[in-house]
Design a protein around this ligand. Structure first.
Ligand SMILES: [Zn+2]
Length: 278
C-alpha cells in the first residue's frame, strides 16, 4: 500500500481523493495520434482508457494547514464514467477535520477542482471549510465568472461566486507566498490563471502541479496537450518550465490527476524524463 503522506522538510503533505474520471485517449489528447500511445499502453486501463484520479492535497506546517483543490463533489458534469463526492470521507479517514483547514488554495476554476468549496443549506451557501480563506487565481475568476451563465459553467454560481459575499475570497495574482512554506507559481495555459504550488521547508522541496500535467507521460512529452487546455501554446511552456524546475531542485512532484496517491520524483533513463511514484 503506497504512503498517502510524505514529509518535505518540516511539512507533511497528505494526498486525498474525491473519486476518478475516465476518458478516451483520442478525445483527451486530441493532438496525439493513436500510434504514439503504443509504448505507453500500460498507462491506460484494460479497456484502453485514461483513468484520472481527482486528487487534493493537504499541506501541514507549524504555521497553517492548507487544502489544495476541493474535487468534483456533487457538481453535475455529464461524464459517463466517474465517481466523486468522496473528499470529506477520505479526509476523515486520514484523521483531518474540515475545521482544521486555514487556507483552501485553488489551482484553477475547472469543475473537478472547486466542487467541494461550498454546501447549500436552507439559509444559503456555507463554506465546507468554515475556518478557511479561499485563495483563487484572479485571471480564472475573471474568465469563469463571465461564463457562469452558460450551462457548462453553471457550477461557478454554486461553488465559486458565493465566496465573495461571504467575505472568504482572496485572489492569487501570481507569485504570492500563501503560507510560510507555500508559494503560488503561475503556470498559465490550461486556464489563464492556472497556478501550481511550491512547498519549501528545511532545504527540501515539493510541487503540487495542479493540471500543469494530467498523466506521468507528460514528464517527457511536455507537448501533449489535453483538449481542456485553454491556450495550447502557453500550456506546454508552463508544463516544461515547472517540471524542469522540479527536476533541477529534486522536488517531490505531486499531481492530483496522476495515479493515487500521486507523489513521485523525476529521473532520467536514456535521456527520457520519467515520473517515478514514491
Ligand atoms: Zn483537473
Amino acid at each position: 500500500m503506497p504512503d498517502y503522506s510524505v514529509r518535505v522538510g518540516d511539512v507533511e503533505i497528505t494526498a486525498l481523493s474525491d473519486g476518478y474520471l475516465e476518458f478516451e485517449p483520442s478525445n483527451f489528447f486530441p493532438n496525439v495520434p493513436e500510434e504514439d500511445w503504443q509504448p505507453y499502453l500500460d498507462q491506460l486501463t484494460d479497456e484502453g482508457r485514461i483513468l484520472l484520479n481527482i486528487g487534493s492535497f493537504v499541506v501541514r506546517s507549524s504555521g497553517a494547514t492548507v487544502l489544495i483543490d476541493t474535487g468534483l463533489g456533487g457538481v453535475d458534469h455529464g461524464f459517463d464514467h466517474s465517481e466523486s463526492g468522496q473528499l470529506l470521507g477520505d479526509m476523515s479517514e486520514r484523521g483531518i477535520s474540515p475545521d482544521e483547514i486555514d487556507v483552501v488554495a485553488i489551482t484553477h476554476l475547472h469543475l473537478d477542482h472547486v466542487g467541494g468549496n461550498l454546501i447549500l443549506r436552507d439559509r444559503g451557501y456555507e463554506p465546507t471549510f468554515r475556518n478557511a480563506k479561499y485563495w483563487i487565481p484572479r485571471a480564472d475568476w475573471v474568465m469563469f465568472t463571465r461564463r457562469s451563465g452558460m450551462k457548462m459553467f453553471s457550477y461557478i454560481k454554486d461553488q465559486v461566486t458565493p465566496l465573495e459575499p461571504l467575505g472568504l475570497l482572496e485572489f492569487i495574482e501570481g507569485g504570492e507566498q500563501i503560507t510560510d512554506v507555500l508559494t503560488a507559481v503561475p503556470t498559465p495555459g490550461h486556464t489563464p490563471g492556472h497556478t501550481s504550488f511550491w512547498v519549501s521547508s528545511a532545504s527540501e522541496n515539493a510541487v503540487i502541479l495542479g493540471d500543469a500535467a494530467h498523466m506521468p507521460i507528460q514528464a517527457h512529452h511536455t507537448d501533449w496537450n489535453p483538449r481542456a487546455d485553454v491556450d495550447n501554446e502557453t500550456s506546454p511552456v508552463s508544463r516544461r518550465e515547472i517540471l524542469d524546475r522540479a527536476e533541477k531542485e529534486s522536488a517531490v512532484v505531486a499531481s492530483g490527476h496522476f495515479p493515487k496517491p500521486g507523489f513521485g520524483r523525476l529521473s532520467r533513463q536514456d535521456g527520457v524524463r520519467r515520473w517515478q511514484a514514491l
